[in-house]
Ligand binder design. Structure first.
Ligand code: ZN
Ligand code: ZN
Length: 632
């Protein structure tokens, strides 16, 4: 037979002494008598302590009473545990009884027993009895002091808590061992006492003891400053910045500080920091503070959600806002456009107009950009032509930029060029490079040369223009021209900027370069990519060589064979997250068409959603398709 553990036996024993059933009694008695020395006070103590620690307070109390039934004498270790059990149960009656027994056995002035009694009385709301115990102690240690201070704090006696803390500091002894729990109580009490400079002096104490970097002390201090009427925003921010391991409470507190001081944009800055790692709970806080209904904050939240790729969340905020101004509508329309939901953007726009909000310059940029992202040139033309006549908004560079992009991509190169020629202002590099990019797609060498000439007038050091031009010549088989462009590039020392992708996981940012060899998990990533590649081939993937120029030099040829950074980031993202989780990647350059094809297929193979933000736009890859409709 397996011998039960001492703990089991003792707790059986305590049940035995209370049970009414004869058979139980007999069985337990046999066990108990065989294996346990009933007079072993230390074992009883350890069982009571164990039960109290494991929050089984009723059982702990029962064990204590069993021990008494066996006429055993509890000692100084027995009482603190029994009293702790009473406070957990908020059982004042048993607490008082235990106190009385401690008195009978002569332990009532013992420092541990007294501390436990202070906690018990405070927990049961009898703070005066707690103070009586405290006052009657012949000697006190720091635990008693902080227990009493916490007792006051717990019962809302902020003044008493603070004055006791002052007494502690004047106590003469150097209380090096003040613990952070005590400090937290004092600070939280201070925040309720409107005495001038009090929080500051406690803050000084905290800094001296090096507590301010801890998250619980830091949060309480922040909260105190948040409640303080003296402003102290800068101090609060400093405390916030210094907290090691900030949690959502820290962020919420600092946001409250800003919000209460009418600094909604600063509050929002904090919100912005939080968007990727803890966005949801902070947003809840914004709602709780009633800031969401503030049109500025609400609009910023929509904007931020959109920039983080969470368009649906943005729409929810949008729908809840009672007051919407032109910026609110524009942010939502822009968000839809950015993520390729042009139809939704164009559905929302007329609703905005009919609700009486007049679209402005930026609204039209958003509407036209949405059209351009989705290649809706008919819609785009319509609004472009209406903006001045019907809404009195004079088209600016951005609007022309969208239109040139839109027309160019749709293949209306001449129309796009004609539009550029009618512009009242000087076309900028964005406009000419849109036209140049369209020339690459539609293989128009003549217009490409015109565009490049204009671009070089504006900026002759941008290597991207040279690259595009050389690709356009290569596509047309004009190798001599390719050679000429490359020679110019070499002479000027122009180098293509390296592409890289970023991925954030649990607050850590991972950077991948093309053919990255530096990442600590390099081997696993390449192995995983190899596995994925087999599945890709099975799914009918053919590598897209169209983007690889035929006449590339050796160096570039090698580059094209190496793995693009976005593929590495996506692979690492899948490996490092739970199945089904969305993987978000940011790329500094535009995603290439091969990677685009690959990520589409991967999204289907692994049944995941990928959000890739490249230099141009967002791509939402899901179930084998991309939100951009392969148009970017
Ligand atoms: Zn690529
Ligand atoms: Zn895409």
């Amino acid at each position: 037979m397996k011998v039960p553990s001492k703990k089991t036996l003792f707790s059986s024993a305590s049940r035995l002494l209370h049970t009414e059933r004869q058979t139980d009694r007999q069985n337990l008695t046999t066990l108990f008598n065989r294996y346990v020395d009933k007079t072993d006070v230390f074992s009883w103590n350890s069982v009571i302590a164990d039960l109290a620690r494991s929050n089984d307070s009723s059982e702990a109390l029962r064990a204590f009473s069993s021990m008494r039934k066996l006429s055993l004498h509890p000692n100084r270790s027995t009482f603190p545990c029994a009293i702790k059990a009473c406070s957990s149960l908020l059982d004042l009656f048993s607490g008082k009884q235990t106190h009385q027994q401690a008195f009978v056995f002569g332990y009532h002035s013992d420092v541990f027993v007294s501390s436990a009694l202070i906690v018990m009385y405070s927990a049961c709301g009898e703070v005066e009895d707690a103070r009586k115990v405290f006052d009657e102690m012949p000697e006190r240690n720091i635990v008693c002091w902080t227990s009493m201070i916490r007792g006051y704090d717990l019962n809302g006696n902020a003044f008493d808590a603070v004055s006791l803390f002052k007494e502690l500091l004047l106590d003469g002894r150097d209380h090096e061992d003040v613990d952070s729990k005590g400090v937290v109580s004092v600070i939280s009490a201070c925040s309720r006492v409107a005495a001038k400079g009090l929080t500051e002096s406690i803050h000084g104490f905290v800094v001296k003891r090096g507590f301010e970097r801890g998250v619980s002390v830091g949060n309480t201090l922040l909260d105190a400053y948040a409640k303080g009427r003296e402003g102290g925003v800068a101090v609060a921010r400093k405390i916030f910045d210094e907290i090691v391991g900030k949690d959502s409470v820290s962020y919420n507190s600092i946001m409250s500080v800003y919000a209460q001081n009418g600094m909604s944009s600063e509050a929002f800055d904090v919100f912005r920091i939080l968007m990727n790692d803890k966005g949801k709970c902070v947003h809840d806080q914004v709602v709780r503070m009633g800031l969401e209904d503030d049109v500025v904050v609400g609009t910023s939240i929509i904007d931020m959600y959109c920039k983080c790729g969470r368009v649906e969340a943005a729409r929810k905020v949008f729908d809840r806002m009672r007051k919407k101004n032109v910026r609110t509508w524009t942010a939502m329309i822009a968000g839809y456009g950015m993520h390729g939901h042009a139809v939704k953007a164009l559905e929302l726009f007329p609703v905005m107009i009919s609700s009486g909000v007049r679209p402005n310059y930026i609204t039209f940029v958003s509407v036209l950009a949405a059209c351009s992202h989705a290649g809706l040139h008919v819609e785009g033309w319509r609004w472009f032509n209406l903006m001045k006549g019907r809404f009195g908004v004079e088209p600016g560079l951005e609007h022309y930029g969208c239109m040139v992009d839109l027309l160019g991509r749709a293949g209306y190169l001449q129309k796009a060029y004609d539009l550029v020629l009618t512009m009242k202002m000087k076309p900028d590099s964005v406009i000419w490079s849109s036209l140049l990019a369209a020339c690459r797609i539609h293989k128009n060498v003549e217009l490409a040369e015109i565009s490049v000439a204009r671009l070089f007038e504006l900026d002759s050091s941008n290597c991207g223009y040279y690259m595009l031009l050389s690709h356009i010549y290569a596509d047309a088989g004009r190798w001599k021209d390719v050679e000429r462009v490359r020679t110019v590039m070499k002479k000027r020392g122009l180098v293509k900027p390296p592409g890289f992708s970023l991925l954030e996981l649990n607050g850590e940012v991972h950077v991948f370069l093309i053919g990255d060899e530096e990442h600590p998990k390099r081997d696993e990533i390449y192995e995983f990519l190899e596995e994925l590649n087999v599945k890709l081939l099975e799914a009918g993937y053919v590598s897209n060589t169209a983007s690889v120029c035929h006449d590339v030099d050796e160096e570039e040829k090698e580059m094209t064979l190496r793995v693009h950074s976005e593929k590495l980031a996506v692979a690492f993202g899948i490996m490092s997250t739970v199945p089904g989780a969305t993987v978000s990647v940011v790329k500094n350059l535009r995603v290439c068409s091969d990677c685009h094809d690959v990520i589409k297929l991967i999204s289907k193979i692994v049944d995941r959603e990928f959000v890739v933000r490249d230099a141009k736009r967002f791509h939402h890859f899901k179930n084998g398709v991309c939100s951009c409709g392969d148009y970017w």
